[in-house]
Structures are given as C-alpha cells and as structure tokens.
Design a protein around this ligand. Structure first.
Ligand SMILES: [Zn+2]
Length: 352
C-alpha cells in the first residue's frame, strides 16, 4: 500500500488490491481471476480528450457554468505546464449524484458500506474501529515512530504501539468528522444525511459501475471514517477527501478522477479558518479548484504519487485547505517529470 496517497487530500485508491484480495480469497477464487493492474496510459502526440461530469447533490452549493469553464481552463493550463500534455474536455454533463450512485453494482455497494464506519447513527462498533485502525497502521509498513510523531500534536501522547496509535487516531478522526457532520445543507438540514454520498469507499465502488467519464467533478462533501486504510493525515482533516483517482472500468485510461468543488464554494468562517484565513471570490475559487484538481490528472495519466516536501510540485499535496498559498509555490521547471521517484511515470500501481 502506498500510504502517501492517504497523506493528502487526494486519497487515491492505494491498497485496493489487498482489500480485494482479502475479500476474494475468502471466496476461494484463483490468483489469476482476482487482481489486475491498470496499465500506464500510452499518450500519443495529440490532445488527450476527457469526458467530464458534474455530479450534483441538489442539497449542496454548486459552481455555475462560468465557474466550471474557469475551472477546466485552469486545469488544462496546469496540466500543460506541469505535465506537458494538452487536455481537451468534452462538454460537461451535469448528472444527479443519486443517478450516478445508482449504477454501482449491488455487491460493490454493499461491500463499500461495510467498510464505512457508521458515525451517523452512533450504533457502530467502536472497538472494532480501534482494532481496524491498529491493524491498518500495522499493515501500512509506515514507520510507527513517524506516524506517532505526526499524530501526537493532535492526539496527545501515544504509547509506542500500534494498538494505542489506532485507538487515538480513530478517536481523533471520529471527533473531527463531526465538524463536517454538523455542516448544514442549503435546505437547512445536515450536509451529510442518511445517503451514502459522503462515504469514500462508495466513490471507489463507483468505478466498477456505469461511469463513462474520466473526470467526475462533484459538489458533494466527501468525508467519513472507514475500517480500511487509516491514515494520520486523513484523520486530522476529519476524513475529508477533496479528490480521488481510482480504477474506472469504463474510463479510457483505466482510472477516473473525482474532484469536489465543495471546499471551494464554501466561504463560511469554519472553512476560511481551515484555509488559514484565505477567502476566495467565485472566480478565484474556480481557478484554484482547477489548478489543484490537475493533481488528480497526474495520478490518472502518469500514475505519479506524492513528492512530499517539494512545494514546487503539483503532485505535492495541499496540507489543509489553503489552496492559494499552495498554488503560489508551484513551479513546473523546478519539478520536471522524472525528478523524483514520486514524479516518475508508473510510480503507483492501480491494482483492482
Ligand atoms: Zn494525490
């Protein structure tokens, strides 16, 4: 598992292979049938065309057509500048999010819901979550000492064992997901309701359904707590994901990218505080959403991972929500393709 993916806003589908192996091995399938790897896309000299959806939850704020045009222009420019590829976008298809989720195969959807911790009802098995986090950290092959060092400023002291780390990081994520659960929708009800639209595993499951897009923009707030693949970086954001790149059965390149406009359209004090004080006009919000969304295109077309600590790189994750400060540090000439292992095409294996 490449835990670097969980260390950013864009939790791409790292570890999917082991997840599925676990599921499928129990059913006794053969090795040949249970896993495959998405080949690295072969890009020709011409423009790369992407089919784009804007998946709308009508209960949440959205970008208008002018903002979407600005977003896609900014994404196209950033991809050209940083990755040397010319993107072409098909006209954006606006689709109800519910209709998109309805295409997820029932088996996948059931599995995704099993992986999601039900923080909405308060009836979920908390001890099982603690154990799952501890096991996930054990399996991550990340340094225990480094994970503890990263967690402690947020969790308080952690003993030098996976069980304590699991327990405390689970508690942190559960506490912080409440900041999302308490946000209101346009109708005054909770932004995260009984629908599974906020659940990260459901978005991964979407790629196994009928999804004829390479890029799915959405106004959905994606935040939750999962039994699978815990990460300290994810926990401190309350399980919030701005972007995801994952296996897409119908995608031209074998994976599809999700990019949420939710954190860009919101302008309330809570979000502004998470941005380190940044306030955006609708125009700047759209432009920053496009530049930062280009990061997912790097995952999709080149299978890059994350060059942590290299702020010149578009593939370097945004630490929290301060997109303006992040974008100001970008410099394509200081982060060419091949300049680090993370920036080498094929650095990540999308197994499914
Ligand atoms: Zn990423």
């Amino acid at each position: 598992m490449n835990t670097s993916g969980r260390g950013s806003f864009s939790r791409f589908a790292q570890g999917m292979r082991r997840l599925l192996l676990g599921t499928v091995l129990a059913a006794g399938c053969t090795a040949a049938a249970r896993a495959a790897t998405v080949p690295l896309p072969q890009l020709g000299a011409g423009p790369v065309e992407m089919r784009v959806a804007y998946a709308i939850n009508p209960r949440l704020p959205r970008m208008d057509a002018a903002q979407l045009a600005t977003l896609l222009d900014a994404m196209r420019d950033a991809v050209r500048e940083h990755f040397g590829v010319e993107l072409r976008f098909a006209p954006v298809k606006e689709v109800p999010l519910a209709a998109l989720f309805a295409t997820i195969p029932a088996r996948r959807s059931a599995q995704a819901l099993k992986e999601s911790y039900d923080f909405k009802s308060g009836r979920a098995d908390r001890a099982a979550l603690d154990r799952a986090f501890a096991q996930g950290f054990r399996d991550s092959r990340e340094s225990l000492a480094e994970m503890i060092a990263f967690a402690q400023p947020h969790t308080g002291p952690v003993a030098a064992d996976f069980d304590d780390l699991g327990r405390k990081v689970a508690a942190l994520q559960l506490a912080r997901v409440q900041q999302w659960a308490q946000r209101k929708a346009l109708d005054g009800g909770p932004a995260i309701d009984g629908q599974p639209f906020n659940e990260f595993p459901m978005w991964l499951a979407l790629g196994f359904g009928e999804l004829p897009y390479e890029l799915v923009l959405t106004n959905q707030l994606i935040a939750g707590v999962e039994y699978t693949f815990p990460a300290v970086h994810t926990a401190i954001r309350g399980g919030y994901s701005n972007g995801i790149t994952s296996y897409g059965r119908q995608s031209r390149f074998g994976t599809f990218s999700v990019w949420s406009t939710y954190a860009f359209t919101a302008g309330d004090d809570q979000i502004v505080a998470l941005r380190g004080g940044e306030r955006y006009t609708p125009q700047e919000a759209a432009r920053l959403a496009g530049i930062s969304g280009a990061h997912e295109i790097g995952h999709q077309l080149f299978h890059f991972t994350h060059p942590f600590g290299q702020p010149a790189c578009l593939m370097s994750p945004v630490p929290m929500f301060g997109y303006r400060a992040w974008a100001e540090k970008l410099s394509a000439k200081d982060c060419p393709i091949g300049s680090s292992p993370a920036m080498t095409p094929g650095a990540y294996r999308f197994d499914y």
